[in-house]
Ligand binder design. Structure first.
Ligand SMILES: Nc1ncnc2c1ncn2[C@@H]1O[C@H](COP(=O)(O)OP(=O)(O)O)[C@@H](O)[C@H]1O
Ligand SMILES: [Mg+2]
Length: 341
């Protein structure tokens, strides 16, 4: 588990004075999670990540990785701790004079791993990321997606506990993005590595993250498991990940109904209509794929004079289906939404 505990970072520079990049960041990332950190530009995402990979010293609070406080390490312990955290960069950051194999093996070389062991590990990693046959190519001979595969393999070389990804697909086209996201999921499952992924793209969160946190102006505004967020009609982040049409917000008698997995495909809506003899109209929605789960979201118009208590009692008996009246929804965070769109 990674625990950010009241983490703070203030940059001090002659030119700009003090910049409070992180103010009070508290967040727990469970083992094996794919934790998305989303937020507009300047929110502090990269700062958070550089604090975690020990490139930046926080000015307050702690980061605890599997029980070890990373913020109070001696310089010898710091070097060892860095190996527990692999980083994948937006622009790959490969060494252009080195082959694929030698780029992947670099962290092992630096750690003093013997040649034989290194070569065996490189072969494993080449296979894991699907670069068989390209071991002796140079980065300039590879596509962007292949270069990012090298970046991912290199980050995993020293068997880290955590894989940090800073906008790992922002330099890639949509088809390649999709393949790299699939690879990250594959790596997460097969190696069991926890992933912390920084992105300004909600589509990335929707597609692969198990957990998400919204960072804005140096603070965590909201966080939780993606499924909890998208099924909680009061969650602004949930609405960003799986939006409902803004035109519906605030309409009396309209409820947002969410259902997970099998429940998403069941005819509970017609059952509800039958039970109450209601003439229900579905105004918007459908079943969406969120990671591996199906999340059904429907905006349903029960009519302005509906007896809410009766409907709520029905949903209390059906815990796999969630109900929220749209006039009680939080206003969507439109400024953040525009930036993240
Ligand atoms: N090395 C630095 N020195 C001074 N200010 C910085 C430095 N790095 C980032 N900042 C400032 O900290 C804030 C957060 O930046 P950053 O972490 O890069 O945000 P994000 O990655 O979300 O775009 C911004 O106001 C940025 O200008
Ligand atoms: Mg950044």
């Amino acid at each position: 588990m990674i625990e950010f505990d009241h983490l703070a970072k203030t940059y001090t520079s002659q030119k700009h004075g003090d910049v409070q990049a992180l103010t009070d960041v508290t967040l727990s990332v469970p083992d094996g999670a794919i934790q998305g950190i989303v937020g507009p530009s300047g929110a502090g995402k990269s700062t958070l990540l550089r604090c975690l990979n020990l490139l930046e010293q926080p000015t307050g609070g702690r980061i605890v990785l599997n029980g070890d406080d990373l913020t109070t390490l001696s310089s010898a312990d710091l070097r060892a701790a860095r190996r527990r955290i692999g980083t994948v960069f937006q622009h790959f950051e490969l060494l252009h004079s080195r082959t694929v194999a030698d780029n992947i093996g670099l962290p092992l070389e630096l750690a003093g791993t013997e040649r034989k062991e290194r070569e065996a590990r490189i072969a494993e990693l080449v296979e894991l990321v699907g670069l068989q046959g390209r071991e002796h190519s140079f980065p300039s001979q590879l596509s962007g997606g292949q270069q990012q595969r090298v970046g991912i393999a290199r980050a995993l070389a020293a068997r880290p506990d955590v894989l940090l990804c800073d906008e790992p697909t922002s330099a890639l086209d949509p088809a390649t993005t999709s393949q790299i996201l699939d690879l990250l999921v594959h790596v997460n499952r097969s190696v069991g590595v926890t992933i912390v992924l920084i992105t300004h793209e909600l589509g990335v969160v929707r597609r692969i993250c198990t957990h998400a946190a919204l960072l804005d102006r140096g603070r965590i505004v909201e966080s939780g498991s993606v499924v909890d967020l998208v099924t909680d009609a009061g969650s602004a982040l949930g609405q960003l990940i799986a939006p409902i049409p803004a035109a519906l917000a605030g309409r009396p008698g309209v409820a947002l109904i969410t259902a997970l997995d099998e429940a998403a495909d069941q005819p509970w809506l017609s059952e509800l209509a039958r039970t109450f003899g209601l003439d229900i109209s579905v105004v918007a929605g459908g079943v969406e794929q969120i990671g591996e789960r199906h999340v059904g979201k429907l905006a349903v118009d029960f009519g302005a004079d509906v007896d809410r208590a009766r409907i709520e009692a029905y949903f209390a008996d059906h815990p796999q289906v969630h109900l929220a009246w749209l006039d009680r929804l939080h206003a969507p965070a439109t400024d953040i939404e525009e930036e993240l769109a």
